[in-house]
Design a protein around this ligand. Structure first.
Ligand code: ADP
Ligand code: MG
Length: 698
């Protein structure tokens, strides 16, 4: 029987109405979809516990014993029933707030019962509220009970009597039916190599495990399968693209690159910068189109890597461009690249939304006739009126701020796609990069330029404001500058702006002798630039701002970053903001201000920030706390697929094994045409046609 074509409508207990709910709410159409709808948790009825074994982490326990006595407290609506239950040695309290009369009638002392429920600590002891109690004589032996599955459902499903229990009842006969064996979706050689459970046993045991060990093996196998096929799909796509898309060949390292390196480079490159430039050189000379993601913490010197890559393009007679997400950043790139290049003779220009039409006309012309070598700008670069003579390399800074579509438009600027280098200071954990950007090559700058003092980070409650003001005053007297950042989100924009303005007024009162500027996204670009400039030039000692300063802004003399309402920022955003200081030779500080009462997650975030400056460690922690779907950097682009059982935060090791397995297979059989890989080719095809999500990976 092929379960993939069996409509669930005809399964016992389903029918057209429930079938429709399954389809709309969960996307489940076939019997196979149902079999692949895994429980989200289990409760263990496979063994009896003793009361002395109980601890807080146990979701449910099952204990055999007797009720010793009952105590009824209160009257009417306030009445409560407690009972003392013993396993022969120790006791636990049972509590009923409802159904007191019913419980008193139903249960007796000195009768053998099986007690089932969640223990919770209360007054230094454990109790169980509203336990399930069965006559011991009526219960099957625990080995036959196994673990009970629980399935996720929606509100709509629940209100239509399609709850976890119903799903369990529908899946049960299906699982019985497959027990005779179904064809495996992984080839035998893989099962053997990684000692994986076969598909039949895995499905049986993922739904109705006899014990925790079998469940574990089943889940391992299903996770492996899930990760393996995602990687196989991504890697095949990557192979295919590398074969298909020819890239410009930058075969020589010429005058500009060499002269810049010898005579213009103001400092020694870090080892990591050198290594990444080498990786890029190999890519662009290979004849295939480069698609490289460059990850490097804030301040690690990505701009220089971008510039030297662009010089290689120019040396080979091509144009290059670098695109930044904001005007401020584009300006800054223009300024620093102009400074780097000095009188080297490379023709560069800046194009942003505020470039005047008159200047644009000239610029467009120089771009078309090839006079311009390097163009720096914002989204304005991807407008259709912007035409290059021969664009060979595109650098995209802070890539997660660009949508996929915007990137694609740049790709299409040439008949032959240019080489692409995307740079991000939001490090993505390896596991996530391997799936999200699995078809990109990844370079990492994991070393900061020498001489930087690590930023010291402190978490203050906002009651310590006057002490903080004293500290700020000292820093300014020592010649430093200070950022004060307020959160601003669309949903509470009005209040946020008000907070910002009040904060600004407050600072003006506290520091009447200093110049304070204020910057936020609602200012007209001209006004914003003017205010920024006051800070950059050193005229203003304090800048009160929203997160518009988050990305890339470079004022080496600023040494203090105060983040107001720090609890409202995500970890990677906090890290980005902190990266605005610590750019000069002086010791820098980051102060996280919050209220006293904090949620556990928030407290954890603050602790991580105080503990480490390492962007990768922070992004790993972010992944653990929030899960991959909510990570910054994935939100905008979205996860290209949905994981049913594997978890990128927890199964990183397995992902790596699965990826290597997929790589090894594709190395010897890139088209998957060998007989032993039949299963793989078929399953890949099926996954792609079956679900929309899968189709969008490749
Ligand atoms: P990011 O990776 O955050 O974009 P930048 O490229 O803005 O970092 O570099 C931060 C600062 O470090 C700049 O002022 C830059 O000139 C400087 N820098 C870059 N590489 C080095 C190096 N190897 N040695 C010293 N300073 C460097
Ligand atoms: Mg940068």
């Amino acid at each position: 029987m092929d379960f993939s074509y069996q409509d669930i409508k005809f399964l016992p207990g389903v029918g057209p109405k429930k079938a429709e709910l399954f389809r709309v709410e969960l996307g489940i159409k076939s019997a196979e979809d149902l079999l692949r709808y895994y429980p989200y948790k289990y409760v263990d009825r496979s063994r009896f516990y003793y009361l002395h074994e109980i601890n807080e982490d146990m979701p449910f326990i099952q204990v055999k014993g007797q009720i010793v006595r009952f105590d009824k407290v209160g009257e009417g609506n306030n009445q409560r029933l407690t009972a003392v239950f013993t396993d022969g040695k120790n006791t636990i309290d049972l509590v009923w707030f409802k159904g007191v009369k019913y419980a008193l009638e139903k249960y007796q002392t000195k009768v053998d019962y099986v007690l089932f429920g969640k223990p919770s600590p209360f007054n230094g002891k454990f109790n169980i509220v509203h336990p399930e109690i069965e006559l011991a004589s009526k219960m099957p032996p625990p080995e036959q009970m196994g673990l009970q599955p629980f399935y996720n459902t929606s509100e709509k499903m629940k209100s239509n009597f399609l709850n976890s229990k119903t799903i369990q009842k529908i899946i049960f006969p299906l699982v019985q039916a497959i027990k005779t064996g179904i064809p495996d979706t992984l080839p035998a050689f893989i099962l053997q190599k990684f000692a994986l459970m076969n598909l039949t046993d895995s499905l049986v045991n993922v739904h109705f495990p006899k014990n925790a060990d079998l469940l574990n093996k089943a889940r391992q196998r299903l996770k492996f399968e899930e990760l393996f096929y995602i990687q196989l799909s991504i890697l095949r796509q990557k192979n295919w693209r590398e074969l298909q898309s020819k890239g410009f060949v930058f075969g020589t390292i010429g005058h500009y690159f060499n002269t810049f390196f010898k005579d213009f480079l103001p400092f020694e490159m870090t080892g990591a910068q050198k290594r990444v430039i080498r990786e890029i050189r190999i890519d662009v000379a290979s004849g295939r189109q480069m698609n490289r993601l460059l990850q490097g913490d804030v301040g690690s010197g990505k701009t220089l890597v971008a510039l030297m890559s662009m010089l290689i393009a120019v040396d080979n007679g091509y144009q290059a461009c670098i695109m930044a997400p904001t005007e401020i950043l584009a300006n800054q790139h223009f300024v620093s690249i102009t400074e780097f290049l000095g009188n080297l003779g490379v023709q560069i220009a800046l194009l942003t939304g505020s470039t005047r039409p008159k200047d644009r006309i000239v610029l467009h012309e120089k771009l078309r006739n090839g006079e311009l070598n390097i163009l720096i700008g914002t989204h304005a670069l991807i407008e259709d009126t912007v035409q290059f003579a021969n664009l060979g390399l595109v650098v995209i800074d802070e890539q997660h701020r660009f949508g996929v579509e915007q990137r694609a438009r740049l790709w299409r600027k040439n008949v032959q796609p240019p080489h692409i280098l995307v740079m991000t200071a939001t490090p993505i954990p390896r596991t996530l990069a391997m799936t999200l950007y699995g078809d990109l090559s990844v370079s990492v700058i994991d070393e900061l330029p020498p001489g930087r003092k690590p930023i010291q980070t402190y978490h203050y409650y906002d009651t310590k404001r006057s002490a903080l003001n004293g500290f700020i005053a000292k820093q300014i007297q020592a010649g430093r500058q200070v950022y004060i950042v307020y959160p601003l989100i669309q949903e509470s924009e009005k209040i946020d702006l008000q907070n910002l303005e009040e904060g600004y007024e407050y600072m003006r009162q506290v520091f009447p002798n200093y110049t304070i500027c204020m910057v936020h996204g609602k200012l007209k670009p001209k006004e914003k630039d003017f205010q920024m400039q006051r800070f950059v030039s050193g005229e203003a000692q304090i800048m009160v701002a929203t997160t518009v300063i988050e990305v890339g802004v470079n004022v080496p003399n600023a040494s203090v970053m105060v983040i107001e309402s720090a609890q409202r920022f995500g970890l990677s955003q906090l890290h980005q903001l902190r990266g605005r200081v610590g750019r000069g030779a002086e010791q820098s500080f980051c102060i996280l201000l919050t209220g006293y009462k904090l949620a556990t997650d928030t407290r954890k975030r603050m602790e991580i920030m105080v503990r480490t400056n390492d962007g990768f460690e922070i992004s790993e922690a972010d992944l653990q706390i929030r899960g991959p779907g909510d990570m910054e950097g994935t939100q905008q682009s979205g996860m290209p697929f949905e994981l049913k059982i594997a978890n990128l935060a927890l199964d990183g090791r397995m992902l790596e094994i699965a990826r290597n397995a997929a790589m090894e297979i594709l190395d010897t059989d890139p088209q998957l045409i060998n007989i032993e890989n039949n299963v793989l080719a078929n399953q890949l095809r099926k996954l792609k046609t079956n679900t929309l999500n899968w189709g969008s990976i490749s």
